[in-house]
Ligand binder design. Structure first.
Ligand SMILES: *[C@@H]1O[C@H](CO)[C@@H](O)[C@H](O)[C@H]1NC(C)=O
Ligand SMILES: *[C@@H]1O[C@H](CO)[C@@H](O)[C@H](O)[C@H]1NC(C)=O
Ligand SMILES: *[C@@H]1O[C@H](CO)[C@@H](O)[C@H](O)[C@H]1NC(C)=O
Ligand SMILES: *[C@@H]1O[C@H](CO)[C@@H](O)[C@H](O)[C@H]1NC(C)=O
Ligand SMILES: *[C@@H]1O[C@H](CO)[C@@H](O)[C@H](O)[C@H]1NC(C)=O
Ligand SMILES: *[C@@H]1O[C@H](CO)[C@@H](O)[C@H](O)[C@H]1NC(C)=O
Ligand SMILES: *[C@@H]1O[C@H](CO)[C@@H](O)[C@H](O)[C@H]1NC(C)=O
Ligand SMILES: *[C@@H]1O[C@H](CO)[C@@H](O)[C@H](O)[C@H]1NC(C)=O
Length: 297
């Protein structure tokens, strides 16, 4: 099914500590604001479309009551406010603020939309966390933090609505610019040519399949099969990013991986060219991330 492809179009492991790094050379605060605005436009369109696509009644038929619907409208308004805030900030600084793109989101029912929404919010949290260490101006950092905490509460609310743990791990997961963009690019079908280009790359995707993928959650310690169009070899590693930890597992040629027992929540799976977690960056990533929703074993 389409949805699991995105989530999915998301052993004995050694535990290491490492945060995906990005090359900072071309990442100025203005670029980070354009990057944040690119993501906020995506979220804004995502909620706006869903509220147009489905009525309050249709949400209710899928098990989401009127208080949920009111909350959804509130989340949509937050995302729109983020767009206006970042646009105004960039324009005040004399920049041309990036404009919305065209998007295509893989859901057909309100329930599939909600399941995707909590992934999108989780990605937003990871994006702001990953960008934080590259922001030079303290006031911008505060503004980004102020958006980040709201995205985290959206994510917690949606997790709760889906009968999941609102905060499945004690730490959230920072994700680099290109890693976040690689997920967002799956939803973007075209952008105005006048938009500023971002110094990011969309990596090839990783397809993940696992037993009962449509009916049961993925439990830590269980097996998945992965395929990718990226070229892998005997020195390719699978990196599972969860909280502030990265678990590296050698990728066998048959693509069979065991999800480490220590990961949980919204886990990002990357294929990398290094077995050193501190060296995971745009130069060493070759595919991903795939996003896995993992339940503690
Ligand atoms: C903004 O866009 C206009 C029209 O494309 C262009 O002339 C101008 O140089 C741009 N400004 C900046 C700061 O990039
Ligand atoms: C939701 O709305 C968008 C934009 O109008 C449209 O492209 C998309 O197909 C709609 N999705 C559903 C499931 O109705
Ligand atoms: C976005 O979609 C509209 C309607 O299909 C189309 O006219 C427009 O050219 C698209 N814009 C971009 C930037 O792809
Ligand atoms: C992985 O692929 C192998 C070989 O096709 C198959 O036997 C196995 O059931 C698959 N495992 C999962 C978890 O999908
Ligand atoms: C990944 O899945 C998509 C959609 O099912 C498919 O079109 C693509 O060929 C798959 N890629 C690989 C490398 O398996
Ligand atoms: C594996 O591929 C990478 C490039 O993706 C290359 O740098 C490395 O030397 C290759 N390793 C082996 C053992 O072939
Ligand atoms: C995949 O390869 C690994 C290592 O060679 C092996 O231990 C495992 O049994 C294989 N799994 C499948 C599903 O073929
Ligand atoms: C991992 O890389 C870091 C620098 O990126 C280096 O300091 C460290 O020694 C490396 N660790 C190993 C085990 O090679």
């Amino acid at each position: 099914m389409k949805f699991s492809v995105i989530i999915a179009a998301f052993a004995a492991a050694s535990v290491t500590f490492g945060i995906p790094l990005v090359k900072r050379a071309h990442i100025t605060d203005a670029v980070i604001l354009q990057y944040a605005l690119t993501l906020e436009h995506l979220e804004d369109a995502f909620y706006h479309q869903a509220l147009q696509n489905f009525t309050e009644y249709e949400f209710a038929q899928d098990g989401f009551d009127s208080s949920f619907y009111a909350q959804l409208q509130s989340i949509a308004a937050d995302e729109h406010a983020h767009v206006e805030f970042l646009t105004a900030g960039l324009e005040a600084a004399g920049a041309n603020a990036t404009k919305p793109c065209n998007y295509s989101f893989p859901y057909t029912t309100p329930r599939e939309f909600v399941a995707l929404a909590r992934v999108v919010e989780g990605l937003g949290v990871s994006a702001y966390l990953g960008a934080a260490s590259s922001i030079a101006n303290a006031q911008y950092l505060t503004a980004a933090g102020s958006i980040l905490t709201v995205e985290a509460r959206h994510n917690a609310f949606l997790n709760t609505e889906l009968f999941d743990n609102p905060a499945p791990t004690p730490f959230d997961t920072p994700l680099g610019f290109s890693e976040v963009y690689s997920v967002a690019a799956n939803f973007i079908t075209g952008c105005p040519p006048s938009n500023p280009t971002l110094p990011v790359t969309a990596f090839p995707s990783i397809n993940v399949t696992y037993a009962n993928s449509t009916t049961k959650p993925l439990v830590a310690g269980s097996k998945v099969n992965i395929t990718t169009e990226a070229t892998t070899n005997s020195s390719t590693y699978a990196a599972f990013l969860s909280g502030l930890d990265t678990e590296l597992v050698a990728l066998p040629s048959n693509g069979s991986l065991t999800v480490p027992k220590t990961v949980a929540g919204q886990v990002y799976l990357l294929l990398v060219n290094t077995n050193n977690a501190t060296k995971i960056n745009d130069e060493t990533v070759i595919a991903g991330p795939a996003i896995l929703k993992v339940e503690a074993a």
